[in-house]
Ligand binder design. Structure first.
Ligand SMILES: Nc1ncnc2c1ncn2[C@@H]1O[C@H](COP(=O)(O)OP(=O)(O)OP(=O)(O)O)[C@@H](O)[C@H]1O
Length: 245
């Protein structure tokens, strides 16, 4: 597997605050990365850089060997705010990226995706007629339907109850295995990082990023694996966060 995203000597500052100072990071092709770090450590900033929404003050970012100068159409982004339009139904929201790309016959693809996310029979509904978890699934479907080669997600399951969270995590895992794109997602949830990330990236106090291979990725019931919680706690301690309750 080759290097897909390369961050070379990237510096980013807001006003006088330096978020990253000569950051170097490589993301490999077709790998799922969890990005964790304290609040304000720069997780969303890193996603914005790789999405091409934010330009570094110094340094360069390359994707597939090409210097990133603007957002790419092969990259999908799932924002915390979801970005669903109140006037679009589930069906219209999922079809939108395909329409923009100039697809003609997308009805079946959209219907298949609606089934995939478990919203069969809800295609005609508007966001205000959906629950929070259903809205999050629609936003996820909209980013997955165009089969991006790079998917960036900012806390995809935040603010969901445990059961809905699990449904969404299973969906992400399934789609990731099927589509085989590169995935980078931000999470505050160490368990989620362990369940979904093949590799876990941690932003440390100095603004550097260290990575660790996740031995638990892909195991069917990771919670049942001996050592799962130990590993979670170790990561929490490394991050200097509160130990799991
Ligand atoms: N547009 C901006 N203007 C000024 N400061 C900013 C801007 N965006 C981010 N920052 C600052 O940069 C730092 C990193 O922000 P960022 O949103 O990347 O953190 P984060 O790790 O995603 O945090 P959280 O976990 O709380 O969402 C923060 O101190 C934030 O206040």
């Amino acid at each position: 597997m080759g290097i897909f995203v390369q961050i070379k000597d990237v510096t980013v500052s807001f006003e006088k605050q330096k978020v990253f100072d000569r950051l170097n990071l490589d993301l490999e092709e077709k790998v799922a990365y969890a990005l964790i770090g304290k609040s304000g450590s720069g997780k969303s900033t890193l996603l914005n850089l790789i999405a091409g929404f934010l330009k570094p003050d110094q340094g360069i970012i390359t994707i597939k060997g090409l210097t990133l100068s603007q957002p790419r159409k092969e990259t999908s982004f799932l924002f915390q705010e979801l970005g669903l339009f109140p006037w679009q139904t589930v069906r219209e929201a999922i079809a939108m990226p395909l329409k923009i790309k100039g697809w003609k016959d997308y009805d079946q693809v959209v219907e298949d995706m609606i089934k995939e996310i478990g919203l069969n029979g809800h295609g005609h509904k508007y966001p205000n007629e959906l629950s929070g978890g259903e809205r999050q699934r629609v936003a996820l479907a909209r980013t997955l339907v165009e089969k991006p080669d790079l998917l960036l997600m900012d806390e995809p399951t935040s603010a969901l109850d445990a059961m809905t969270k699990e449904v969404l995590q299973k969906l992400i895992l399934k789609e990731q295995k099927k589509q085989k794109g590169t995935l980078l997602f931000v999470t505050h949830d160490i368990e989620e990082a362990m369940i979904l990330g093949q590799s876990i990236l941690m932003i440390n106090d100095e603004g550097g990023i260290s990575s660790l291979e996740n031995a638990y990725y892909g195991i069917k019931n990771p919670r049942e694996q001996l050592g799962f919680y130990d590993a979670c706690i170790k990561i929490r301690i490394a991050l200097n966060m509160e130990v799991l309750g």
